[in-house]
Ligand binder design. Structure first.
Ligand SMILES: [Zn+2]
Length: 184
């Protein structure tokens, strides 16, 4: 799957932000959103920032993460109307809009946010647009929530045949091991 390299990248960032910034369960254990420096570092890694992220910026993205999670949950539940409605609201709230940019020696490329926004708002706008491109395509069912026991981390399925069901190989292996134990 490859929509184009920029939208693939922002969808991957949306997955990383939801998984870092929403509480729940991860690979069989309760998951709490980190605080302070740990949250700043986790957000910087999730968005692949080239500089440090401030508390305010991490907090702003933490504010958007639950809505981004709703999109994955709604698609996984087959409720595309809810996913689309949530994304349309996010696109307005984050003031998402296409904008051609030309920086750091790169060729002209489309950014999904304006030029006068905040760090957190701009990333949220990009994530919402990337997810909207997926949802509006024939590959809309590629957004998912891990189906392993005691895990609710999200993923985007970029496999050729679209058969991914888990957030990670760790969860895939947990399920395989449990199935093996149940048989023996
Ligand atoms: Zn999982």
């Amino acid at each position: 799957m490859n929509f184009n390299s920029h939208s693939d990248m922002v969808v991957a960032i949306a997955v990383a932000l939801v998984n870092v910034l929403t509480p729940g369960e991860r690979r069989g254990r309760p998951y709490q959103v980190p605080e302070g420096e740990q949250r700043r570092e986790a957000v910087a890694e999730a968005v692949r920032a080239r500089r440090e992220v401030t508390d305010e910026e991490a907090a702003e993205l933490a504010g958007y993460a639950p809505d981004l999670r709703v999109v994955f949950e709604a698609v996984a539940a087959g409720d595309l109307d809810h996913a689309a409605g949530t994304l349309n609201r996010l696109l307005v709230d984050t003031r998402a809009r296409p904008h051609l940019s030309h920086h750091d020696g790169e060729p002209w490329h489309v950014h999904f946010h304006g030029t006068d926004g905040t760090f957190g708002g701009d990333y949220a706008a990009s994530c919402a647009t990337g997810l909207a491109i997926v949802l509006g395509s024939e590959l809309h069912d590629r957004l998912g929530v891990c189906t392993a026991d005691r895990c609710d981390r999200v993923y985007v399925d970029v496999s050729r045949n679209g058969t991914r069901r888990f957030c990670s190989t760790a969860c895939q292996n947990r399920v395989k091991t449990a199935a093996f134990r149940a048989r023996t």
